[in-house]
Ligand binder design. Structure first.
Ligand SMILES: O=C(O)CCC(=O)C(=O)O
Ligand SMILES: [Fe+2]
Length: 283
């Protein structure tokens, strides 16, 4: 079925809650292509970064900046996805052009019994350090490649917490986490939601929503692709890893490119991966 743009009600829901789930944004064929290529992707495994959580469990991810002609890039640059992001991101006065840019994408690989937790944080808690000025012009989209549920460590959010603005972040072991005091206050004031997703569901979330996830104690993997978007009007003054890509409008591809184009995993030569040493927020 053709992908649909978001309705007014969905946009309103995103603005109120700070997140929006769109069920079945990708069909079974798209998801299985993605998963099949991802699990055999030598570049993904070679560049995987391990970040320990506070109990010593390993959270594994691979992060890259340039969305290419590989399956992930075709998904990330897909027309309806980019237009949906365009519907949700705040727009600078006078910006009338196509201004949705790709900041980075990451493949989160939460392996059975090994995959670690992520501390409560806002993505803008990191991106503030990269000196992007406008949190409303940044967001992430998580696409579930496998089902994600309470057992295998699905994402958790504090509904509506994007409205409190950025809270202080500090180190919590190897991860950067939001001030526990503010997290506790937010949990007192707002609802704590476990965002269970089926493979193919897309979760759009605001850069200031507080979120976390638990370790994967189950015997099922929890894999997801997270693509982060920005507007060309929002310059990261302390961001050099992504070059000009984070302020260059995306080269959009038709929705069916994911299935109809010949594509594989991340070509070693083309993708510019993040290494643990290079990242300001992971160290
Ligand atoms: O995959 C997860 O559970 C959360 C990851 C996350 O929030 C992040 O990488 O910013
Ligand atoms: Fe995050």
């Amino acid at each position: 079925m053709a992908k649909q743009l978001l309705t007014h009600a969905q946009i309103e829901q995103y603005n109120t809650d700070g997140y929006l789930i769109v069920r079945g944004f990708y069909d079974a064929e798209e998801v299985s292509r993605l998963y099949r290529i991802a699990i055999d992707d030598a570049a993904i495994s070679k560049h995987a970064i391990n970040v320990n959580d506070s109990t010593g469990k390993r959270s594994k991810l691979s992060l890259w900046y340039k969305p290419g002609d590989d399956v992930y890039g075709l998904l990330t640059r897909g027309k309806t996805l980019v237009r949906a992001v365009d519907q949700l991101l705040e727009r600078q006065a006078g910006d009338v052009s196509h201004s949705v840019c790709h900041y980075h994408s990451k493949l989160m690989q939460k392996e059975p019994r090994v995959g670690g937790a992520w501390e409560w944080h806002q993505d803008y808690g990191y991106w503030y350090k990269n000196e992007f000025l406008y949190p409303g012009q940044m967001m992430s989209v998580m696409v579930a490649i496998t089902d994600a549920n309470v057992e295998n460590g699905c994402l958790q959010v504090i509904r509506g917490s994007h409205k409190i603005g950025r809270v202080e972040h500090g180190f919590s072991g190897e991860q950067v986490g939001a001030s526990q005091h503010h997290v506790d206050l937010a949990l007192r004031a707002m609802e704590h939601v476990f965002v269970e997703l089926n493979a193919g569901d897309a979760l759009f979330f605001h850069s200031n929503i507080l979120h976390r996830s638990e370790a994967n104690l189950s015997d099922r993997p929890r894999w997801s692709l997270i693509s982060c978007y920005n507007r060309s009007t929002n310059i990261g003054y302390n961001e050099s890893s992504s070059g000009s890509a984070s302020i260059t409008p995306i080269d959009i591809v038709p929705d069916d490119a994911l299935l109809t184009r010949e594509a594989g995993g991340l070509a070693e030569s083309e993708a510019d991966f993040l290494s643990k040493e290079a990242d300001v927020s992971l160290k």
